[in-house]
Design a protein around this ligand. Structure first.
Ligand code: SF4
Ligand code: SF4
Length: 135
């Protein structure tokens, strides 16, 4: 994946907002990959948890806002327990979701699920999606 890095991107206010909402210092990540290695949802992600942090460090705002990974994340916190630098990666995912949800843009419309779909979906998926619901 080829990406252009620029000072302007790195200084984008979006990145400051992610740090502010998550309470995490993104710059201490040294890309060991332990967060992604322990994440139970990586097979469905388009950007892995360690890559989410790297993209945030480098100011890849559009890629982060368009990533399906932030909605796939089940907020299980496994990544948080594995990070040797003490970064709460799940909170970074949550911060990116919040930036979108505060614009009242729902990603999943739970009210449109059929009764059969509600029965088939694992409870953790429903619970995590209720946490991503704006209205
Ligand atoms: S909180 Fe999200 S990113 Fe972290 S391990 Fe769980 S599913 Fe993966
Ligand atoms: S576990 Fe922590 S230090 Fe390692 S890649 Fe993930 S966020 Fe970065």
């Amino acid at each position: 994946m080829r990406k252009n890095i620029s000072r302007k991107k790195i200084r984008d206010p979006f990145i400051q907002k992610v740090q502010e909402l998550s309470g995490q210092n993104l710059l201490v990540c040294y890309q060991c990959g332990k967060c992604s290695a322990g994440c139970p949802a990586v097979s469905e992600m388009d950007i892995l948890p360690n890559q989410i942090i790297r993209f945030a460090q480098l100011g890849f705002k559009d890629e982060l806002l368009q990533s399906k990974s932030i909605w796939i994340c089940a907020s299980c916190m496994t990544c948080n327990t594995r990070c040797p630098k003490g970064i709460n990666i799940a909170e970074v995912f949550e911060a990116i979701r919040q930036i979108i949800l505060r614009k009242r843009q729902d990603h999943v419309h739970i009210e449109k699920l059929t009764d059969q779909e509600k029965e088939d979906v694992p409870p953790i998926a429903l619970i995590s999606n209720f946490r991503k619901f704006t209205s």
